[in-house]
Design a protein around this ligand. Structure first.
Ligand SMILES: [Zn+2]
Length: 339
């Protein structure tokens, strides 16, 4: 028993000594800690040091070695025909539930389609949205604004309304043709022009129907394109072609964060489109703009325009369709500074 007790005392003493030895002085601990921190800091600095790029990468030059002007610079062609956002040519783009405002959409079983422009591509993606063309849209009403405040101007839906039909049916041309059909013809012609000139194009609708409401169309454009152009004709009941104009942004929705960030660019895009149409022989209605509180405008976080090419009295034969497409194309070039 004595022997056991003796051993226990020795063991306890050893433990006490070992414990004392393991506890460093406070200053030593600080020094060790600082040294590790300094090592980590140096490693981070080393990693963050910029790589020296070859001059060619910083200033693109032509074959003679002169530095290219800004407007001469084209983004390099990738090895595979992919859009800059990773889409294949002809890939469908559905609404992603994680995208901002996606939860406000009620009709989104359809999909848009991404097309890759002909080389040399210019790195811009244009969303072309042929107005209307969503069967069953009158059974679903979406909020006019993402924050569920009431609409501030009257139109298809009156001012003060909290919700609006998810996609309206559109008007009917004087000869009985649905507006949606004319919108589509212009959209397809614009698509082909843009693609042949190096733009990538996100098409919202390419047939008489797409199951995407105005919120879904806008949210897809917000996340996949640089600009969003919705094509329409005005249903004003006039017997003469009054000309084109775009729907500018009303004061009452400029407080919305997403609208505050882009409304000036949207209006510049609208002005460019009207100028392009005018240059190509389309008359302009008044100042070329009319403030309207549209679902598209309220949910947009990229420059976005509803363009009214004319009204129900406008001629909409193949020549007019081409003239409108040429005008819109000129407007897009003007907006991006390519003309
Ligand atoms: Zn319309």
């Amino acid at each position: 028993m004595k022997k056991v007790l003796h051993q226990m005392i020795i063991a306890a003493a050893c433990l006490l000594l070992a414990g004392c030895a393991a506890v460093p002085q406070e200053s030593e601990e600080k020094d060790a800690f600082s040294a590790v921190r300094e090592e980590i800091r140096l490693e981070a600095v080393q990693k963050a040091r910029p790589r020296i790029l070859p001059v060619r990468s910083v200033f693109p030059r032509n074959e003679e070695g002169s530095i290219l002007a800004l407007w001469e610079r084209r983004m390099p062609e990738p090895l595979h025909p992919r859009a800059w956002n990773g889409c294949e040519n002809g890939q469908t783009v559905a609404l992603n539930g994680d995208w901002h405002f996606a939860g406000e959409s009620l009709i989104h079983s359809g999909a848009a389609v991404m097309y890759i422009g002909t080389a040399p591509r210019n790195g811009k993606i244009v969303c072309v949205n042929a107005g209307h063309g969503t069967a069953g849209s009158y059974s679903a009403y979406t909020y006019c604004h993402p924050d569920h405040t009431p609409k501030v101007t009257g139109g298809t839906t009156s001012a003060g309304s909290l919700t609006a039909v998810s996609v309206s049916s559109g008007t009917t041309m004087a000869d009985g043709t649905p507006e949606a059909e004319v919108d589509l013809a212009v959209a397809l012609a614009l698509r082909d022009r843009l693609l042949s000139e190096g733009y990538d194009v996100l098409m919202i609708r390419e047939s008489s129907d797409v199951q995407l409401d105005n919120v879904a169309r806008t949210v897809i454009a917000n996340n996949m394109a640089d600009i969003h152009i919705a094509i329409h004709l005005d249903g004003d009941g006039l017997s003469y072609d009054k000309g084109c104009f775009f729907m500018s942004v009303p004061e009452g929705i400029k407080y919305l964060d997403n609208v505050a960030a882009v409304w000036e660019s949207s209006e510049r895009l609208g002005d460019c489109l009207v100028a392009g149409l005018s240059e190509n022989g389309t008359p302009v209605y008044g100042s070329g703009r009319m403030a309207q509180d549209l679902t598209q405008t309220a949910y947009s976080s990229i420059p976005s325009v509803d363009i009214e090419l004319g009204n129900t009295a406008s001629d909409h034969g193949p020549e007019s369709v081409n003239r409108w497409a040429a005008g819109l194309f000129a407007g897009v070039n003007r907006y991006f500074g390519f003309s």
